[in-house]
Design a protein around this ligand. Sequence first.
Ligand code: SF4
Length: 433
Amino acid sequence: MKYLSCKIGDVVIGHGHPIAVQSMCNTDTLDVDASVAQCKALSRAGCEIIRLTTQGLRQVEALAKIKERLRAEGIDTPLVADVHFNADVAIAAARVAEKVRINPGNFSKDPEVARAKFAALTEVCRETGCAIRIGLNHGSLGERITAAYGDTPLGMVRAVMEWLQMAVELGFLNITVSLKSSNTKVMADAYRLLYKTMGEELGMIFPLHVGVTEAGAGDTGRIKSVVGIGTLLREGIGDTIRVSLTEDPVCEVPVAQKLRELAATDAPAPDATSFYVDASNHDDFIIRGAYLAGPALLDGKIDDFSMRAKVEGRELSSVEIDAFKDDLMQACRRRFTKPEYIACPGCGRTLYDIQSLLKEVMEATQQFAGVKIAVMGCIVNGPGEMADADFGYVGEGGGKVTLYKGGTPVMRGIPQEEGVAKLVSLINSTLNK
Ligand code: SF4
């Protein structure tokens, strides 16, 4: 088996190299000052790879200015252009960024066009040393793949394998791959299947960028990320990780660093059901607790567990442990006692203050246990990536939002200030039918 590495600026990931922690700016990339400030804050926090939204050629120009400013200040953290689907933008970005992220689900519907554009992109990357991430998300599979395999881990793997096959034929191997989902089970199954399939069909393992997408915020966002990423890291799957939170991206870095640290320690026996955590603070407790018990719960190896924990020397009460247990059971998709929030972290495409909005939605919808509610920042990627949700709130821009029910837009152009109340009425009227 050939284990490949991927060089992103001065950071090398892949077999034998340390796991790199990464995050993504949620600034408007055209706002160079704000983006530089956030990159600096991320770099200071220990983020080793930084991604910025790069949806058009104007953003590529802004990215060049951001990079120049950072390098002038001695900050050499590699920058990744998050392009998604525009091949010309990807090619231009490959002359500026250290890595370009494309999404095979929406790069081009026509396989021949996709192949030609990908070949052109790899030519530029070869010349500039730029790496490529083939970044597919559950819910953004193309029509052809969805028709053949459904929106499943197998469909995700088959979509990515077509691109890896093309890369091998083109002789371009400076690539990482991601297959994210907000569903921890789908995400873990997809990465495992991809790892196995790469070995069987290519005889080589490309480095993997691992993350749970649209994990949300606070304890539940952290716990979901730890369950999904931690399960894979324990199996040796994952070369760079991103914890996606609907918060300041700087908050993502210590969670990812802690996960990386835990992955280097001994895992408990797979069927262990009793755990003890001695934690330095609340976040340390939930990260350690979820890392210890989550993987076995996710895989159905255990059905329940008991835990004792001390946080800053204080023994947690059974009420506190039970609250954590509820969150962990839900993150592992074993017991649903609360609404399930699917919320994107926000990025340069976000069309409103998603962090406050998510808080508002959570406060107004606590009564809907088991209902999946999505809060997404943009109309471009939001609707596809919340495919799993029962209801969705998606920013349209211009102070307007669209509400979704079961993946279909049912109310468009709603003024943002009326959005949450209308969402609650929509859920109520649907559930009470
Ligand atoms: S859904 Fe849109 S706003 Fe949210 S992270 Fe994805 S691209 Fe950015």
